[in-house]
Design a protein around this ligand. Structure first.
Ligand SMILES: [Mg+2]
Length: 241
């Protein structure tokens, strides 16, 4: 554990509170029916999407690409891989209208999210979200999942960059009225969540849900000081004691 007691928590949204992977699967299978070759394993689609092998989403979180630019590139990479056509701007607009609608249809909270938030309230631990998507969009997503009580403290739009930039974790801590050393960050990615939070002076908690790892993270395990690993949200409070 870290030096002092943890007095507040910052939470990732996607694949931590919300089953975003499941929502992507829902959307990818449906756009796949219209655009991609037949007979593709849905798991292959979702793994390809999440792996983001050219790093377009990461470029977006560094402020180098807009949300649209990153998604259009990823959509065209998906098509190149699975038998779809290259899409120009107009074709992509139609694709994205469907993709976004299906993605939103798939938004669900994980079963452990509400009990976890209840446990934080019970323990008197304040919390908020630090996320790599736009704040207003995440508020919409959280509300759609019945998690509107999670306030979004920092989004990718706050500073124009997201995790792993240390500023987002420091700002999240400030919003809790706490020093970074009094705060833990919980997220599903070992590097940009737990590792980056630890580098910013917080306690990093890697939520390693069974079966949820991205391809690029199969080999990686956080070894930095201040990083803990849990397999569900129910384990977080015990890990921090
Ligand atoms: Mg996440």
């Amino acid at each position: 554990m870290t030096g002092g007691p943890i007095r507040g928590l910052l939470l990732d949204v996607d694949d931590t509170l919300v089953d975003t992977r499941g929502a992507f699967r829902h959307a990818l299978v449906r756009v796949g029916r219209d655009y991609l070759r037949d007979g593709i394993d849905p798991e292959e689609l979702v793994q390809f999407w999440r792996a983001d092998r050219s790093g377009w989403y990461r470029a977006h979180t560094r402020g180098e690409l807009t949300h649209r630019e990153q998604r259009q590139r990823r959509a065209n990479e998906l098509h190149a891989e699975f038998g779809g056509d290259l899409m120009d701007d107009d074709a992509y607009d139609v694709w994205d209208e469907g993709f976004e609608r299906y993605f939103r249809e798939g938004w669900r909270a994980f079963d452990d999210a509400v009990p976890f938030l209840d446990a934080l309230v019970e323990a008197g631990i304040p919390y908020g979200a630090v996320t790599n998507a736009a704040s207003a969009y995440q508020e919409l997503k959280l509300a759609a999942c019945g998690l509107e009580r999670v306030e979004v403290f920092v989004g990718v739009d706050t500073f124009g960059v997201g995790k792993p930039d240390a500023r987002v974790f420091v700002e999240g801590s400030r919003r809790l009225g706490l020093e970074p050393g009094e705060v833990a960050y919980v997220g599903d990615e070992p590097d940009i969540d737990a590792g980056a939070a630890a580098a910013a002076g917080l306690a990093g908690v890697w939520l390693d849900r069974p079966g949820a790892r991205r391809g690029t993270h199969e080999e990686s395990a956080p070894s930095a000081a201040g990083v803990m690993r849990v397999s569900c949200l129910d384990e977080v409070l015990a890990a921090l004691r």
